[in-house]
Design a protein around this ligand. Structure first.
Ligand code: EPU
Length: 420
């Protein structure tokens, strides 16, 4: 049985909602537990498909995992003797490649198939491998599988040619147990890099500089157990902010970190949306018309590529012409062809989208092509007049915990149904 999501648009979102733990932090912190020499407990994990996939993978390696969704996950890595991730498991999520860094650090041997995840561009991993090689590992890619091996990892300088979140995380993982100091230059600065560093340090690792473009990791032989709560999800927060604006609603999002949202907040203010914040909450409301704005995706603290898709849905009805330049993933504009079915006026030229605002979107059947494309279709459906049917909503489940329940609590008319 397949499922589709049904949204009857037009209801303004109103009320209060709590954001879940960060997906992109969770998928780094869970593999990082393999570096520990004692059990660890992680809290505030989002109950999403990517997290469930990692639980299966850790169990397949022999780790003991107790997972109570919404409460905690305790992982005892001491019994994990495996170092191979099968094809199907590797394909279940992008972040399966963090098992490379984590297993290299743990036992000097990792075999993982090329990861799955969203098809939003070429997504090479040359920088990850370059980092492992710099630490003394030998890497080979053959038959769709990546093998990384090292008798001993030795700290070294790693200079990334491009700023890469995944590469930075993978090298941090391997370096945490290497002999000596690793310095990553041109490192990514995203909040989840800082969160991973904090988690590693809570196990006794010595990571300094996370959040800047130079990260120093002094490898440790022994990492102890830790209790850790991951940070709130920056992209879920942003998606809810955009949905509030898109429906001309009034929503308070609790449990978020407003500082992580500055690029989006600035754009929403530029559009004429009202945004205010306190320590751990953001209120978004719309009174007048939305103005068109231009967006260029950039690494943190620039405008995140992960929010470009939901934001583009909002821009389809803004007054004037908006231009979006997607600089991180070359194929991350495909969702706009779906939103065009709903009446959006969009022209895509290479990795640029030119959106001419229309007064109204209209419900139509549309299909998710990736996770954030799905979020964009949800935003479009909430704005549209009539019923929007969203096919392949399971993409959305990879990254958003209980999205329908949360949106319904704010007044949205959204549900899921099975069909043959
Ligand atoms: N790149 C290379 N070589 C590499 C690695 C990356 O050329 O070895 C390029 C990529 O092709 C891309 C750019 O560098 O053009 C940035 O890629 P990055 O490595 O930063 O992305 P990622 O690690 O594959 C993570 C998130 C994405 C998010 C990006 C950018 C996870 C599991 N994934 O991907 O999240 O879009 O960083 O912030 O953390 C999502 O949540 O929907 C999602 C796709």
């Amino acid at each position: 049985m397949k499922e589709r999501m049904l949204i009857t648009g037009g209801n303004p979102l109103e009320g209060e909602v709590r954001v879940s733990g960060g997906k992109n932090t969770a998928v780094a912190v869970i593999p990082a537990v393999l570096l520990a020499d004692e059990p660890c407990t992680i809290e505030n994990l989002p109950d999403i498909e990517d997290v469930r996939a990692l639980v299966d993978i850790l169990r397949s390696l022999g780790a003991k995992v107790t997972y109570v969704p919404g409460e905690f996950m305790t992982i005892d890595p001491r019994t994990a003797e495996g170092f191979q991730i099968g094809y199907r498991d590797s394909q279940r999520l992008r972040a399966s490649y963090y098992l490379l860094g984590a297993l290299l650090g743990r036992c000097g041997h990792a075999e993982v198939y090329f990861p799955g995840g969203c098809e939003i561009g070429a997504r090479p991993i040359d920088q990850h491998l370059k980092g492992f090689n710099a630490l003394g590992a030998e890497t080979e890619t053959h038959g769709g599988r990546i093998t990384a091996m090292a008798k001993e990892l030795t700290g070294s300088d790693v200079f990334f040619d491009v700023v890469t979140v995944g590469g930075t995380i993978n090298v941090m993982l391997a370096a945490a147990k290497a002999k000596g100091t690793t310095i990553i230059y041109n490192a990514a600065k995203e909040p989840h890099i800082v969160d991973l560093a904090n988690f590693l340090n809570s196990m006794g690792a010595k990571v300094k500089g996370a959040g800047t473009d130079v990260i120093r990791i002094r490898g440790q032989q022994y990492l102890h157990g830790a209790n850790y709560a991951v940070i709130p999800d920056q992209i879920e927060t942003g998606t809810l902010m955009i949905a509030a604006a898109a429906t001309r609603g009034d929503v308070v999002i609790h449990g978020c970190i407003p500082q992580h949202m500055e690029a989006l907040t600035a754009k929403l203010l530029e559009m004429g949306v009202k945004v205010s914040d306190s320590d751990d909450a953001i209120r978004v409301r719309t009174l007048g018309a939305h103005r068109a704005v231009n967006i260029k995706t950039q690494v943190y603290p620039g405008f995140p590529t992960d929010l470009q898709q939901p934001m583009s849905a909002l821009l389809t009805t803004a007054r004037g012409t908006s231009v979006i330049q997607e600089t991180i993933f070359e194929q991350r504009l495909k969702h706009l062809n779906e939103i065009a079915r709903m009446g959006a006026r969009v022209r895509i030229v290479d990795s640029m989208a030119i959106i001419e605002g229309v007064p109204q979107l209209y419900g139509a059947p549309v299909t998710c092509t990736d996770l954030r494309a799905g979020a964009a279709l949800v935003v479009a459906g909430l704005m549209a007049k009539g019923i929007t049917e969203i096919y392949e909503p399971e993409y959305i489940d990879r990254g958003y915990e209980q999205i329908e329940t949360k949106l319904r609590s704010l007044g949205a008319d959204i549900r899921r149904e099975s069909f043959e």
